[in-house]
Design a protein around this ligand. Structure first.
Ligand code: CP3
Length: 343
């Protein structure tokens, strides 16, 4: 496939960085909002043809260099029988683990419950325009775990979940193992169905001290990466809020690290293992500013993009609801049309 993203990952550099966005399908596209009036999120995700169409919307509407599977990180606990509902206030579990006397007994992983997603991947591969790679994904072990324990996401510090981790370390390690096992299976199947790249969304990596993350969760990242590497599936790890702990990630954990908007990208490059590529890291909220501000900000990335030809442009977290579509489009075109001074 002749793709700027895949070529860049494989060391065949272009005159510009590839561009795609976390949460590029929902949230900013008028075409998505229109579909959302007719269908619920769950209906769109569960219907393979609809999910495929939504996956491809940003490729057509924004001109991104890749599509990311239209699904959610919480399909893993859903496939364990946790009773997931997507409400207006966000995802909610009927049986959060914090309310259970025997959390481990609540989990009944059934890998077949993920089969509808492989049908969606097949439909994407059939429908996608030429040279459009598909990014598959799953949630990082900590991020998935804290939703499972807390049950809902209105409080982003997940107080009961962090308390649970400290109070029930042994059970927590077992739950991490169960999450990891199903996620490994899920990753393998996504590769088998021809996803081209994989991203691990560890959105809540910053919730706990990094030494605890390293001890309890990083071995799970290593297992997932090993599975991907054995299948030659490029693997991007996005540990949001990891800060200076970026320096402890090694090529045993990922091919690329997604850098959040809190971290200076030059600093990230300095402390990150030189064999690991960088993806990131524009503050999505900058897209509420006017075009001149956006344009100047991209110009300020030129030095980085000139020196780092393996860089993948992305946001430092996903698109936010309310960002003007025209600014997202402007940004994409700006990335593609800027002279990155690589010759
Ligand atoms: O471009 C895409 O949107 C790709 C698909 C995708 C979704 N969620 C669709 C979705 C991806 C990659 C995710 C990841 C995800 N889901 C994360 C990690 C990344 C991040 O943004 O931090 C997390 C923490 C979740 C959990 C989740 N799912 C939350 C907190 C919510 C509530 C509202 C929201 O938009 O975040 C969801 C629901 C969800 N997932 C929606 C979409 C499009 C909104 C559903 C709706 O239209 O009501």
């Amino acid at each position: 496939m002749d793709s700027v993203l895949l070529n860049t990952i494989n060391g065949k550099y272009s005159d510009r960085p590839p561009v795609w966005y976390m949460r590029q399908a929902g949230r900013v596209l008028p075409s998505y909002m229109k579909l959302r009036e007719k269908y619920t999120f769950r209906q769109m995700m569960n219907d393979p043809e609809l999910a495929a169409d939504v996956t491809l919307l940003p490729v057509y509407d924004l001109g991104t260099d890749a599509a990311i599977l239209f699904s959610d990180i919480l399909v893993i606990p859903d496939a364990m029988g946790m009773g997931l509902e997507f409400t207006d206030k966000g995802p909610v579990f009927n049986k959060p683990l914090k309310d259970s006397n025997n959390p481990l007994a609540e989990l009944n992983p059934d890998p077949d419950k993920l089969n509808y997603i492989y049908d969606a991947i097949d439909a994407i591969i059939r429908k996608r325009p030429e040279n459009t790679p598909l990014i598959g994904f799953c949630g990082g072990p900590l991020t998935v775990l804290v939703y499972m324990i807390q049950g809902l996401s209105t409080n982003h510090s997940f107080p009961d979940a962090v308390k649970f981790i400290y109070q029930n370390k042994k059970d927590t390690l077992k739950i991490i193992e169960i999450i990891t096992e199903l996620s490994v299976e899920y990753l393998k199947k996504q590769a088998e169905h021809k996803a081209d790249v994989f991203q691990l969304f560890e959105t809540h990596a910053g919730l706990i001290p990094s030494d605890l993350y390293k001890e309890m969760f990083l071995p799970s990242v290593k297992k997932l990466y090993k599975t991907a590497a054995d299948l030659h599936l490029p693997f991007i790890f996005f540990p949001k809020g990891f800060g200076t702990a970026l320096s402890t990630i090694t090529p045993e954990h990922c091919d690329y690290a997604g850098i959040d908007w809190q971290t200076d990208i030059f600093y990230a490059r300095k402390i990150l293992n030189p064999e690991i590529g960088i993806q990131g890291n524009l503050d999505p909220r900058l897209l509420f500013a006017d075009k001149k501000v956006i344009s100047d900000k991209i110009e300020s990335y030129i030095d980085f993009g000139k020196e780092n030809k393996n860089w993948i442009f992305n946001l430092g977290h996903g698109f936010i609801p309310g960002i003007p579509f025209e600014n997202a489009l402007f940004l994409t075109e700006k990335i593609k049309n800027t002279d990155w001074k690589r010759n």
